[in-house]
Design a protein around this ligand. Structure first.
Ligand code: HEC
Ligand code: HEC
Length: 418
């Protein structure tokens, strides 16, 4: 024993005095650790309650449901069923093109959610932009990627006269309607007599222009019926409106995380807002072109010029409300240098069904779109362009997947499709 050696005893005591509580603490710490781990493990495996802040809830509730499309006061046949039936027949008729081979539905195919699946549109010849969809289009305030049209009916006149699309003159369109007994009787039943067109008729006259504008108004009446039913997101919103934010079978936890990102950190809602997921405004987001070509499409800056020279704009004499609010907005719209290369924010409803994406169809998948917003790799920036809204979001793989699942939840069935 070490009793004879005080130094040794005191040393050994001191060791015992400190080591006993140490051992005790370390056992306790071990037990605590095990308990903490057990709790953490249990929590990890429990379904996490979804927490939405008041702000997130408020913002999400602005994204749906999509109401009925408004009536268009510039088109007095906007809600007319007979006009819509005639418009349907015109929309699907290839007879209204130069070689009887192209109809509106050549590029707006019902089975492809009224798009064509191509990057750049192909009618009589290759066009220069990607085909936009027609579903829910009656909600928009501007039409075409550059907003060069301010109503659905004036937009519908454009493809007939475009050499790449249907390649006719106004007079030829009227002649073709006159020579088709079914079209002629439908036209006259709605709009009254069709003007006579013969070789001595000037190519463009007031009577022909008016009849031509009526053709556009019938097509627009049909297009107003092209809508989609509530999406899984809309159904979940209905539940959220009742105060329940929990996932549903068709809108899972990943979709909810994606929705939170959409209105939160990723701030997609800055431009893709309202029940249409579009602010109906024009932005330059700089998506690189195929083969990294330099941009040549002037976008909105040209759209404004075309809008003002269009005899069929909503302030013109063929409009049924030339002094109304819509016409005033058109008249007040000016060209500005910042509009170079700006395009209208597309609606994101049904976006999973309408690949490829962007005004040149240059991105093939939604994964590529999300990767673009995440990295802004190759983004085009114009020297004189001061507005730089986008910052790379640096999304994690999980966040990218969540955003994708959210975008996929925005599709609804086509209503009354025929
Ligand atoms: C050759 C293919 C092609 C044909 C044929 C065609 N379109 Fe389009 N459509 C397009 C393209 C491309 C755009 C985008 C045009 C642009 O931005 O310059 C477009 C845009 C539209 C839009 C605008 C949607 C929006 O959100 O702004 C509507 C509506 C539309 N087309 C309806 C029609 C109708 C009606 C017809 C027949 C009279 C028709 N299209 C014929 C290719 C076509
Ligand atoms: C500054 C406004 C703005 C913001 C913010 C924005 N977008 Fe866009 N988005 C646009 C514009 C403009 C286009 C069309 C660009 C083009 O064609 O060159 C577009 C195109 C798209 C498209 C392609 C749709 C189609 O039919 O071609 C998708 C998908 C999309 N955005 C999703 C998102 C998501 C997801 C976010 C958030 C991560 C987001 N956007 C943020 C303005 C914006």
């Amino acid at each position: 024993m070490n009793l004879g050696n005080p130094h040794s005893i005191s040393k050994s005591d001191s060791i015992n005095n400190t080591s006993a509580p140490n051992r005790f603490l370390s056992q306790r710490a071990q037990v605590t650790l095990v308990i903490v781990l057990l709790i953490a493990f249990t929590l990890w495996n429990m379904p996490q309650p979804i927490l939405l802040s008041d702000q997130e809830t408020r913002q999400l509730l602005t994204l749906g449901p999509l109401p009925e499309p408004p009536l268009d006061p510039t088109n007095r046949w906007s809600g007319n069923a007979q006009a819509a039936n005639f418009g349907h027949d015109l929309f699907f008729s290839t007879s209204l093109s130069l070689n009887n081979s192209v109809s509106c539905a050549t590029c707006h195919k019902p089975e492809l959610y009224f798009t064509d699946g191509r990057d750049i549109a192909m009618g009589l010849a290759l066009g220069d932009r990607h085909t936009q969809g027609v579903l829910n289009a009656a909600h928009h305030k501007w039409f075409h990627w550059d907003g060069s049209e301010d109503s659905l009916w004036s937009q519908a006149l454009h493809p007939f006269e475009s050499a790449n699309e249907m390649g006719l003159t106004r007079a030829q369109v009227i002649e073709k309607i006159a020579s088709n007994p079914d079209f002629l009787s439908q036209y006259q039943g709605i709009f009254g007599p069709l003007p006579q067109v013969n070789s001595s008729t000037p190519q463009e006259s007031d009577a022909i222009d008016r009849a031509f504008s009526n053709v556009g108004k019938a097509i627009a009446a049909y297009e107003r019926t092209l809508i989609t039913e509530p999406s899984p997101f809309d159904q979940w919103l209905e539940q959220l409106r009742q105060g329940n934010a929990q996932p549903t079978n068709s809108f899972n936890a990943s979709a909810i995380r994606g929705a939170k990102l959409f209105v939160g950190r990723a701030n997609c809602i800055e431009c893709h807002n309202g029940p249409l997921f579009s602010d109906d405004q024009f932005h330059m987001i700089g998506v690189p072109l195929a083969n990294n070509d330099l941009p040549t499409d002037r976008g909105r800056i040209n759209g404004v010029v075309e809008l003002h020279v269009d005899p069929f704009n909503t302030a013109g004499k063929y409009s049924d409300d030339p002094n109304g609010t819509r016409a005033k907005i058109t008249l007040a719209t000016q060209s500005e240098p910042d509009q170079w290369g700006q395009f209208r924010t597309p609606s994101l409803r049904n976006v999973a069904n309408t690949a490829p994406y962007m005004h040149q169809g240059q991105l093939n998948t939604l994964e590529q779109v999300i990767a673009f917003y995440s990295t802004l790799d190759g983004a085009i920036s114009l020297d004189h362009h001061s507005e730089s809204v986008l910052k790379p979001l640096q999304l994690s793989p999980q966040e990218s997947r969540d955003l994708l699942v959210f975008l996929q939840s925005l599709s609804g069935k086509i209503a009354n499709s025929n």
